[in-house]
Design a protein around this ligand. Structure first.
Ligand SMILES: Nc1ncnc2c1ncn2[C@@H]1O[C@H](COP(=O)(O)OP(=O)(O)OP(=O)(O)O)[C@@H](O)[C@H]1O
Length: 271
């Protein structure tokens, strides 16, 4: 198993409140798989992603990648975390740095910047249609171009696992569809394992091999949908046009409606 999450819970404590964001979540992801965490706002998707990224320490449970613990914290954890790349809704490019400087930043920070890794990053930039913008500043690019540059920066360090936190949600519809297509094809080409956080059912179906559906807060794993072969073998735009797409959309929609009206209906609900 590539990524395994076992009995993970997380509660945010403030001076006056305790908010349980995740409750007893267990799931696993195979190498090369693309999975989505789908669920309503506040169900703990970002919390779970941040835990996998090593940014938040869970209250309980463990996360392992290729058998090495990301949590609980241990001597192996920092090395394992360096193999995780994170892409967010905002491109998070530094405005005062050029695109080239931005995409090489991760390599510099991990001390892996060599002539070879630089060449690879610049080749990737060209592959995704951004050749010629190396000396531009982020403000000189469109939102979609900036997200593409952010993708190159994330992939430049050759992470084993990519965490994508709603990276398409700030884009207009046409740019979003194009970028979904590009990300899907690039990740397949490089055989990357990826976890996408989204509350967009269509996006989850179009991009994923499996969808983990979470209940409203506290986030619990309510149901896992395996995307049929007819859809998962196709790039997102082609998948969206396949007849099986709308049937799957309907069944996920119904499940989400049922969960929102009565979260206790999911199989693993606390008694
Ligand atoms: N730093 C924090 N302190 C206290 N509560 C928090 C903190 N971060 C998140 N929460 C709460 O934890 C719950 C889960 O938040 P989280 O951002 O993980 O959900 P989400 O599913 O990603 O939501 P969205 O889709 O809106 O981004 C929410 O109720 C949120 O208010």
């Amino acid at each position: 198993m590539f990524l395994s999450i076992d009995r993970l819970s997380h509660t945010y404590f403030t001076k006056t409140t305790a908010v349980t964001a995740l409750d007893d979540v267990s799931l696993s992801v195979e190498k090369g798989e693309f999975v989505s965490f789908l669920g309503p706002s506040g169900c703990g998707k970002t919390t779970l992603l941040s835990i996998i990224a090593g940014l938040i320490e869970p209250t309980e449970g463990s996360v392992r990648m290729e058998g090495r613990p990301l949590w609980p914290n241990g001597t192996d954890a920092p090395a394992a975390r360096r193999a995780v790349g994170y892409m967010l809704q905002q491109d998070c490019l530094f405005p005062w740095k050029t695109i080239e400087e931005n995409i090489l930043l991760g390599l510099k920070m991990t001390r892996t910047l060599t002539a070879q890794t630089k060449e690879r990053a610049l080749a990737l930039l060209a592959e995704i249609g951004l050749a010629g913008v190396e000396s531009y500043y982020p403000s000189q690019l469109s939102g979609g171009m900036r997200q593409r540059a952010a993708l190159v920066r994330t992939l430049a360090t050759d992470p084993k696992l990519l965490l994508l936190d709603e990276p398409f949600s700030a884009l207009d519809q046409q740019t979003k569809l194009k970028l979904e297509e590009l990300v899907w094809k690039t990740l397949k080409q490089y055989e990357k394992t990826a976890v996408l956080v989204t509350h967009d059912i269509e996006e989850a179906i179009a991009m994923s091999d499996r969808i983990f559906l979470f209940s409203p807060r506290p986030g619990r794993l309510a149901k896992t949908f395996v995307i049929p072969d007819d859809l998962r073998g196709r790039p997102p735009l082609a998948a969206r046009q396949h007849p099986a797409f709308s049937a799957l959309f309907q069944s996920i929609w119904k499940e989400m409606e049922a969960l929102e009206s009565d979260p206790s209906t999911y199989p693993g609900a606390a008694q």
